[in-house]
Design a protein around this ligand. Structure first.
Ligand code: XIL
Length: 331
């Protein structure tokens, strides 16, 4: 199978995957597969706050440093992931803080971590999943502890602090469920563009948008349509580089039969990537794992029939699946 990074590079794109180095010990062919397919990688959890710091103010960078060293040695760019995410806060960060303390805690974290990796990362996902139309707020922002404790400008402050600590990294706002043209997705797109306009008017250093693209097979009918492409255009008009950052296809609703299911999954990859890659502002595609052996979908959205999930491009033996060919064709 031709390396996806090579096919991508021919179109001026990057291709990569999330990774945890422990997978190399669990499946011997995985390292070779990873290095041959990827020129960009995202640490699956090693740079998240709760992975780096188990006690107040104490940081252990060993695993994340090992990740970066591996990538550097293999000419793989690193997407820093992620500085501010409500879902990876260490238990020691109190839920309620005064505005001044909350600000200091968040900005200290950003400074320590972004300075540690300064100059070594391609990009930082500065904020992750900060929109939530379910919050019932008119601005569509997630009612996260940071928003409640600091106020809406915590996002702007996070970007400014990251830029100060690592002026070379491309600064990205990573977000989920923007790919789907339903009520929820439409509301998120609208809220994002309003926030972006506000921040750009204030010269906030934001350079890119990450579309996670954890796609559900049963939503294929509302994926990659004209309104999605209009949204990508709106991002591009605002000067944003766009990255597909966590692509995988949940196959819970698809056939039990492997061959049929692999084709159904491949169709969604093809449909989504074809639409996405029509937009020249899209600079890279990163899947959330390469082999079905290591996918968070097996825990996050398992199948009711108990069969193993098959959401990724390569099977448990690191052999290419129809999804691989669909990705290759759309690049
Ligand atoms: C997931 C990882 O895959 C898991 O290993 C971890 O325990 C929890 O996070 N959105 C994101 C990713 O931005 O960081 C998440 O990754 C998946 C959803």
């Amino acid at each position: 199978a031709a390396p996806l990074k090579q096919l991508a590079a021919q179109k001026g794109l990057m291709f990569g995957s999330s990774l945890a180095m422990k997978y190399f010990d669990q499946l011997s062919a995985y390292k070779q597969l990873f290095v041959s397919q990827c020129d960009i990688a995202t640490p699956e959890f090693q740079m998240k706050w709760n992975s780096l710091s188990r006690q107040p103010g104490v940081y252990d960078f060993a695993a994340a440093d090992q990740f970066v060293a591996f990538c550097v040695a293999n000419h793989i760019k690193v997407r820093g992931h992620t500085l501010v995410w409500h879902d990876s806060m260490p238990a020691w960060v109190p839920g309620q803080l005064s505005p001044t303390t909350a600000r200091a805690v968040m900005l200290d974290h950003i400074r320590v971590v972004a300075e540690h990796f300064a100059g070594k990362l391609y990009s930082w996902d500065v904020v992750n999943e900060v929109l939530d139309p379910g919050s019932q707020r008119p601005d569509g922002l997630r009612a996260s502890p940071w928003l409640k404790n600091i106020g809406v400008d915590y996002i702007e402050q996070a970007f400014r602090a990251t830029a100060a600590a690592d002026p070379k990294a491309l600064l990205v706002w990573n977000e989920n469920y923007l790919e789907v043209s339903n009520g929820f997705g439409d509301a998120k797109r609208k809220a994002m563009l309003i926030q972006l306009d506000t921040m750009l008017a204030r010269s906030v250093p934001i350079h890119g948008i990450g579309l996670e693209a954890h796609l559900r097979g049963d939503q294929a009918n509302v994926l990659g349509d004209a309104s999605y492409e209009v949204f990508l255009d709106e991002l591009a008009k605002r000067g944003m580089k766009i990255f597909i950052t966590e692509l995988d296809i949940q196959d819970a609703s698809f056939s039990a039969d492997f061959r049929m299911r692999d084709k159904e999954v491949a169709d969604v990859y093809g449909k989504f990537l074809t639409a996405s890659l029509r937009q020249p502002a899209v600079k890279g595609v990163v899947t959330w794992g390469l082999s079905d052996s290591f996918s968070w979908i097996s825990g996050y959205r398992p199948r009711k029939d108990g069969l193993p999930v098959r959401p990724l491009a390569f099977d448990v033996n690191c052999q290419p699946k129809p999804a691989y060919y669909a990705i290759a064709e759309s690049l």
